[in-house]
Design a protein around this ligand. Structure first.
Ligand SMILES: O=C(O)C1=C[C@@H](OP(=O)(O)O)[C@@H](O)[C@H](O)C1
Ligand SMILES: C=C(OP(=O)(O)O)C(=O)O
Length: 441
């Protein structure tokens, strides 16, 4: 797809109102994949209808699941059972979505079928060796383009072997890939992580009836899946996405006089690092009606404009807010003092090299910052930065939304190139924000 539309945001004054943030992307992907592997009909309420999740839906349908959306917006997935996926007739196009590609590779790795997979220009640059290597240990054949990139071919193992695998990097996608390959593997497959990444795969596999054990040992957090269970269809209630909610949250914090209410935001403790960090910076964010919905903690967020101060964000918090550093960097540009962020190496292999995309964007808006191999330091002076930049997003939705938020409160408008990338995770972002008082056009 050719993408070339730009959007600009202008200083807008206070934002007010209640905002229904779309469904969680990680949970939406998994509901379609696990529904396709379950016996019976899974219903998904509140699914994110962004391009990334729709790429997963299309792929699971090409693998034999029956998927449709009813008139009330509920998605129905009729599964094939573990081991029951059929060989797709054509190449699977995972679009912009690393989660779709890597989790699906795990599923395919233990199905005795051959599948070809590709993605857009951004996804074709991202590393796939991190999943191809453990899948090869389990007996799958994965042939990638040079540099372990997409397009690639997965020939699933006819007799997959369980492994015990220590993750070389903090990645929920790699962890999930191996656990999903373990689903159709006899015996027990174990993944060890030294940093605790998001645990939606573990929680949701249990919800669908699989046995997943987690123990903490001196090696790290060990997650074991018992192979070849029968997954049973289940209803999934998708909470609103805390990663998407971070954009209106920061927009409200930096626009004096703002007050926003964001109902039903997922508050999984391995996803909420941005809210802890913003509060440490002095943000007025209140959690109301804290509750558990379908196994996930959820709360209504009330956000009021606040004076922010720079802080040092601990590196070990990075996995719980890995997608939120671009918008945190924007918040830091409005804060008083230095915000120091460490442990950001993984940002270099997302939809873009987010570390340099953020640093370049901040500089284009007159913000002083220092980019290191795996750190970023942003210097704010407690007032609105100059703005006025034109931002290269590299088709990265989070870079696009972050700098549109910057333009809402900077001194001059900010223009973001290739803003259509926003539809991958947050369709309707500009319309929803404008409904609260933003000026995005
Ligand atoms: O498992 C998931 O749903 C995700 C894991 C993270 O990626 P990594 O596992 O590469 O850190 C995150 O950046 C991505 O947006 C979604
Ligand atoms: C990194 C992201 O997603 P993915 O890896 O699925 O492309 C993201 O949404 O910020």
């Amino acid at each position: 797809m050719t993408r070339h539309s730009s959007l600009s945001s202008t200083p807008c004054g206070s934002l007010k109102g209640t905002f229904k943030v779309p469904g969680d992307k990680s949970i939406s992907h998994r509901s379609l994949m696990f529904g396709a592997l379950a016996v019976g009909e899974t219903r998904v309420f509140g699914m994110l209808e962004g391009e990334d999740v729709l790429a997963t839906a299309k792929a699971m349908a090409a693998l034999g699941a029956k998927i449709h959306r009813d008139d009330d917006g509920v998605w129905h997935v009729e599964g094939r059972g573990i081991g029951g996926l059929c060989e797709p007739e054509d190449v699977l196009d995972m679009g912009n979505s690393g989660t779709s590609a890597r989790l699906l590779m795990g599923i395919l790795g233990s199905h005795p079928i051959t599948t070809f997979m590709t993605g857009d220009a951004s996804l074709r640059k991202r590393p796939m060796g991190r999943v191809a290597d453990p899948l090869a240990e389990m007996g799958a054949q994965v042939s990638c383009r040079s540099g372990q990139r997409l397009p690639l071919m997965v020939r699933g193992a006819a007799t997959p072997m369980p492994i015990r695998y220590k993750l070389p990097m903090a990645s929920a996608q790699v962890k999930s890939c191996i656990l999903l390959a373990g689903l159709n593997t006899p015996g027990e497959t174990t993944v060890i992580e030294t940093e605790h990444t998001r645990d939606h795969t573990e929680l949701m596999l249990r919800h669908f009836g699989a046995e997943v054990r987690v123990v903490q040992t001196k090696e790290g957090r060990e997650t074991t899946i018992v192979g070849q269970p029968e997954l049973v269809a289940a209803d999934v209630l998708v909470p609103s996405d805390p990663s998407s909610a971070a954009f209106p949250t920061v927009a409200a914090l930096i626009n004096p006089g703002s007050e926003l209410r964001l109902p039903g935001i997922g508050m999984n403790p391995h996803r909420n690092g941005i809210y802890i960090t913003l509060k440490e910076m002095g943000a007025d964010i209140t959690l109301e009606n804290e509750r558990t919905e379908a196994g996930e903690p959820v709360a209504d967020l009330v956000i009021r404009a606040s004076k922010l101060k720079g802080i040092s964000v601990p590196a070990e918090r990075a996995p719980s807010m890995i997608d939120e550093y671009p918008i945190l960097a924007v918040a830091a540009a409005f804060a008083e003092g230095k915000t120091v962020m460490h442990g950001l190496g993984e940002l270099r292999v997302k939809e873009s090299d987010r570390l340099s995309a953020v640093a370049n964007g901040l500089k284009a808006c007159g913000v002083t910052c220092e980019e290191g191999e795996d750190f970023l330091i942003v210097e704010g002076n407690g007032s609105a930065p100059l703005g006025g930049g034109t931002i290269t997003t590299h088709f990265d939705h989070r870079i696009a939304m972050s700098f549109l938020v910057m333009g809402m409160a900077a001194q001059q408008k900010v223009t973001v190139l290739d803003a259509e990338a926003i539809d991958t995770s947050f369709p309707g972002f500009a319309t929803l924000m404008n409904g609260l008082g933003a000026g995005i056009s």
